[in-house]
Design a protein around this ligand. Structure first.
Ligand SMILES: [Fe+2]
Ligand SMILES: [Fe+2]
Length: 269
């Protein structure tokens, strides 16, 4: 096996356009501190399985009442499945983009990738239980259009773990309530499960953000968000304060995030 086996494995996952690889990658190879360094490849972009039809603009996410319509729920699960796919690909991208980071960080990214893949499978099952299939709805690469602007691993942790994944703690709680009210307890349970399983991902990002950026306060986080991302886009209202506290987030950070009413990034452009 090559000395940069994890690097190659991650690259192959991003580049693959096979559904069978995206939904069931081979197990990640081990990596050691004394493996020769691989060269960074931040320009890496994903291969797209042909079944996914790309659209420029997504329709607005269905609100509470609309989720009584099974078709709307199927659309939701398809969209969430594609978020998970992008998350999995971006964990692999980070392994390739930041080869000089500690081995524990890159190993952790590979483990999170496998969680995201499991979430994809669960969403695919939910979609199929409603009589729909992969490719029945259009998809957008919103995460891919933004996250690779993270030039450094601290920025990646800020946007991915402390941004998109943390926001999913809030969103999944809200959708769980909406799905339950719409008469879909299985869909609601799935939101609860996936929301809970994102907790260690956010905890991981918090740990490494502290290590890479030196602090985890709100101002430091905002300063590491690649433009044009604003904290407003990286939360769901109401915030799931309980879950966020359980990740180890500072209560003051959570208060400040909840209070954002304008775009503090505007002053940075
Ligand atoms: Fe996930
Ligand atoms: Fe995650």
């Amino acid at each position: 096996m090559s000395t940069n086996a994890l690097h190659e494995w991650a690259k192959a996952y991003v580049l693959s356009d096979e559904l069978s690889v995206k939904f069931a990658p081979p197990p990640p190879p081990s990596v050691a501190e004394n493996d020769p360094p691989a060269s960074a490849c931040p320009e890496l972009r994903p291969g797209h399985p042909a079944v996914f039809r790309r659209i420029e603009r997504a329709e607005k996410s269905p609100k509470a009442g609309a989720l009584r319509d099974p078709k709307k729920r199927a659309w939701l699960f398809h969209t969430f499945m594609h978020h998970e796919l992008q998350a999995a690909e971006l964990m692999a991208w980070a392994i390739v983009a930041y080869p000089d980071t500690p081995v524990a960080f890159r190993r952790g990214l590979a483990n999170i990738l496998l969680d995201e893949v499991r979430h994809m499978v669960l969403y695919r099952e939910a979609l199929e239980s409603l009589g729909c299939a992969l490719g029945d709805f259009g998809v957008r690469d919103w995460f891919w259009q933004r996250v690779p602007a993270a030039k450094k691993p601290a920025e990646f942790c800020a946007v991915m773990g402390l941004g998109l994944e943390a926001a999913n703690l809030d969103h999944s709680r809200r959708y769980s309530q909406w799905l339950r009210a719409a008469g879909d307890p299985r869909g609601a349970d799935l939101q609860d499960l996936i929301g809970d399983e994102e907790l260690p991902h956010v905890r991981f990002a918090l740990h490494w953000f502290r290590r890479f950026a030196g602090a985890t306060d709100f101002a430091t986080w905002c300063a590491h968000l690649p433009l044009p991302l604003s904290p407003v886009l990286l939360r769901g209202l109401p915030l799931d304060v309980d879950r966020r506290i359980r990740t180890g987030m500072d209560p003051l950070f959570i208060e400040q995030l909840a209070a954002v009413r304008f775009d503090p990034m505007a002053s940075r452009s």
